[in-house]
Write a protein that binds this ligand. Structure first.
Ligand code: CUA
Length: 206
């Protein structure tokens, strides 16, 4: 997640540089009366404005490629959780201990408590121990869904007939909210994900 954030800042900086440079060039074109009756070619400038964007793209492509492989790394997970997308709720299975299975439904607006987030809270949260590598196995039972938690840098499709894998960890306690991000039907907006990151001791007691 941190690396994703750094990459975002990096590419945004390049974007700003390009925008300022091109903006400056266009402004000077608008505000002068230069003309050159005999100008037919300019080899040097064409080499510059071909090679410069190519090099710039490499500076974006290489860190991006590195990030793909970092995100695929699994790093000896301590806990494995299986997440199954349904129309329209998530269900979870913890099979490292005795088999724990539960469904996780959004809390409807008319049943909300004052402390609940509208369309974002669920009845059964996904509990994880913090500072622990988690392996998430993601699949779906009906149509394609997507298990997405922006704050943890996790986004992976839940596809029927396939078992996708994603690895993550949380470095603090807290609640992490996410939503399905694959258009999966009428109630696509109403299948949120809530991760409850707690101390490993509390997790083992649970
Ligand atoms: Cu499940 Cu959108």
């Amino acid at each position: 997640m941190e690396q994703l954030s750094f990459f975002h800042d990096h590419s945004l900086l390049i974007l700003v540089i390009i925008t300022v440079l091109v903006g400056q060039l266009m402004m000077t074109l608008f505000f002068n009366k230069f003309s050159h009756r005999l100008l037919l070619e300019g080899q040097l400038i064409e080499i510059i404005w071909t090679v410069l964007p190519a090099v710039t793209l490499i500076f974006i492509a290489l860190p991006s490629l590195r990030l793909i492989y970092i995100l695929d790394e699994v790093n000896n997970p301590s806990v494995t959780i299986k997440s199954i997308g349904h129309q329209w709720y998530w269900s979870y299975e913890y099979t490292d201990f005795k088999k724990i299975e539960f469904d996780s439904y959004m809390i409807p607006i008319n049943e909300m408590k004052p402390f609940n987030f509208r369309l974002l809270d669920v009845d059964n949260r996904v509990k994880i121990p913090y500072e622990t590598q988690i392996r998430m196995l993601v699949t779906a039972a009906d149509v394609i869904h997507s298990w997405t938690i922006p704050a943890l840098g996790v986004k992976i499709d839940a596809t029927p007939g396939r078992l996708n894998q994603i690895s993550f960890s949380s470095n603090r306690s807290g609640l992490f909210y996410g939503q399905c991000s694959e258009i999966c039907g009428a109630n696509h907006s109403f299948m949120p994900i809530v991760i409850e990151s707690i101390s490993p001791n509390y997790f083992m007691n649970w």
